[in-house]
Design a protein around this ligand. Structure first.
Ligand code: HEM
Length: 375
C-alpha cells in the first residue's frame, strides 16, 4: 500500500497513511486532533447509559483529549515521568528484574512473556504509583481487559465485561485513595492527591482515570517491547552475542526493536479542517489511520528497512508517535527494556524452544501469545 497508494482513501471517510514523512507530519499538525471518543466506544457507551464507569474514565484519558484539557492533565502527569524520576527508578527496576530472574534461573525453561515480561512492567507501575506489588496480577488482568477498548471490533458483551473491570478497578483505587488521604506517602498516587494547581485539585475520578491509563499504556506495550526484542535477537544470534559482550550496544538495540516490530502499530487522528496532503485533500471530519508500523519500515527513511540492525544510525522511528501526544512513558520503558534484555541475553545459551511463534490478534498492538525459551 505504501508504494502504490501511500495516502489511501478507505471506507467511511477514513484515510490510511503509511509513509514516514506523512505520518510524522500528521502527528505534529494541530489541524489533526485526536479521535476524542471513537464511534465504537460512543455507541457502546450510550447503550450502557449511566452505569458506564468505563466511559467516565476514558473521557479523561490523555490519548482522547485535545488542548487545553490535554495540556493541563499532561503537565500534571509528566512530573512522574521526568528524566530525573525515571533515573531514580534504576535500582528498583534492577531489583525487580533480579527477583523475577532468580525465581526461574534454576528451571532452564521459561515463557519470557508470562514469567518475566508481564510481571516486570506491572511491578514497576505499581511501585511508581504506590500500589501493593502483590496485587500486580489483578492489575495486569484488568489492564489487559481494558486495553481491548482500543479495538473497534470488540462486541457489546466485551464492552460490558470491560465496564465491569473498570468498576472493580475504580473501587480498588477508591480504597487506596482513601488510605492515602489519611496518610500521604512518597509515591505518585499521593502526589496526584496532593496536587494543587491554581487552587484546583484533581478530582477523584480524574486520579482514577489517570491510574487506569498508566496501567493500560505502560503494561502491554512494554511486554511487547521486551518479547518482540528477544524474538528478534534470538533470531539474530550474532547481534545478541554483540550485546552480551558490549552491553553499551543495548540502547541502539532498543531503538531498532522499537522500529522493527513496533509494539503499537497504529493510531488515529481526525482532521479539524480541510488539509491538503501531497495533492490529496483530507476533509474536515475525516479520520486518518496513521500506520506507525508501516512508517517505521519505510525504505525512503530507513535503508533496507526489513533488516534488523542494532547498529543502525539515524533511527528516528515513530514507535512512540510524535507531537503533543508522543509517549509520556518513553524514557521509563526504554530503561525497563534495557535492564530486562541485558539480563535475559546473559542467560547461558538462551534459545527459542520452537521457531514458530503466534501473534495475538489484538488491535493496535504487535503482541506475541507466548515466547518459550530454554537456557
Ligand atoms: C502515548 C507507545 C510505554 C504512557 C503513547 C503513544 C504511543 C505510545 C504510540 C501515542 C498514542 C497516540 O498518539 O495516539 C508506547 C510504546 C511503549 C509505551 C511503544 C513501550 C514500548 C509507555 C509507558 C507508559 C506510557 C511505560 C507509562 C507508564 C503513555 C501515555 C500516553 C502514551 C500516558 C498518552 C500521551 C498523550 O496522549 O499525551 N505511547 N508507549 N507509555 N504513552 Fe506510551
Amino acid at each position: 500500500l505504501r508504494s502504490v497508494e501511500p495516502i489511501h482513501q478507505s471506507f467511511n471517510n477514513m484515510w490510511v497513511v503509511t509513509r514516514y514523512t506523512d505520518a510524522k507530519a500528521i502527528l505534529r499538525d494541530s489541524r489533526f486532533c485526536v479521535n476524542k471518543m471513537p464511534n465504537h466506544v460512543k455507541y457502546k457507551s450510550d447503550y450502557l447509559g449511566n452505569f458506564n464507569t468505563l466511559a467516565q474514565a476514558i473521557s479523561k484519558w490523555l490519548i482522547f483529549l485535545d488542548p487545553p484539557e490535554h495540556t493541563r492533565l499532561r503537565g500534571l502527569i509528566s512530573k512522574a515521568f521526568s528524566a530525573a524520576t525515571v533515573k531514580s527508578l534504576y535500582s528498583q527496576i534492577q531489583q525487580i528484574t533480579e527477583q523475577l530472574i532468580s525465581k526461574i534461573r534454576h528451571q532452564g525453561y521459561m515463557d519470557i512473556i508470562a514469567d518475566f515480561a508481564c510481571p516486570l512492567p506491572c511491578n514497576v507501575i505499581c511501585t511508581i504509583l504506590g500500589v501493593p506489588v502483590e496485587d500486580w496480577y489483578k492489575l495486569y488482568f484488568w489492564s489487559d481487559k481494558l486495553s481491548e477498548i482500543l479495538d473497534p471490533l470488540k462486541s457489546l458483551e466485551d464492552y460490558e465485561q470491560m465496564n465491569k473491570v473498570a468498576l472493580e478497578f475504580t473501587d480498588y483505587f477508591k480504597g487506596l485513595i482513601a488510605q492515602r488521604k489519611i496518610n500521604l506517602q512518597q509515591d505518585f498516587l499521593s502526589a496526584l492527591i496532593a496536587v494543587k494547581e491554581q487552587n484546583n485539585k484533581l478530582t477523584e475520578e480524574e486520579i482514577i482515570s489517570i491510574c487506569m491509563l498508566l496501567f493500560l499504556t505502560g503494561e502491554e506495550t512494554t511486554v511487547n517491547l521486551i518479547s518482540n526484542g528477544m524474538l528478534a535477537l534470538l533470531r539474530h544470534p550474532g547481534q545478541m552475542q554483540q550485546i552480551k559482550t558490549q552491553p553499551m550496544l543495548i540502547q541502539g538495540a532498543i531503538e531498532e526493536i522499537l522500529r522493527y516490530d513496533s509494539p503499537i502499530q497504529i493510531t488515529t487522528r481526525v482532521a479539524n479542517q480541510d488539509v491538503l496532503l501531497d495533492s490529496v485533500t483530507i476533509q474536515s471530519g475525516d479520520k486518518v489511520l496513521v500506520v506507525l508500523g508501516a512508517a517505521n519500515r519505510d525504505p525512503a527513511q530507513f535503508p533496507e528497512p526489513d533488516r534488523f540492525d542494532i547498529t543502525r544510525v539515524n533511527n528516528n522511528h515513530l514507535a512512540f508517535a510524535d507531537g503533543i501526544h508522543s509517549c509520556l512513558g518513553a524514557a521509563l520503558t526504554r530503561l525497563e527494556a534495557e535492564i530486562a534484555i541485558n539480563t535475559l541475553v546473559q542467560l547461558p545459551d538462551i534459545q527459542l524452544l520452537q521457531e514458530q511463534v503466534e501473534w495475538r490478534k489484538k488491535v493496535p498492538f504487535r503482541s506475541l501469545k507466548s515466547l518459550p525459551v530454554t537456557f
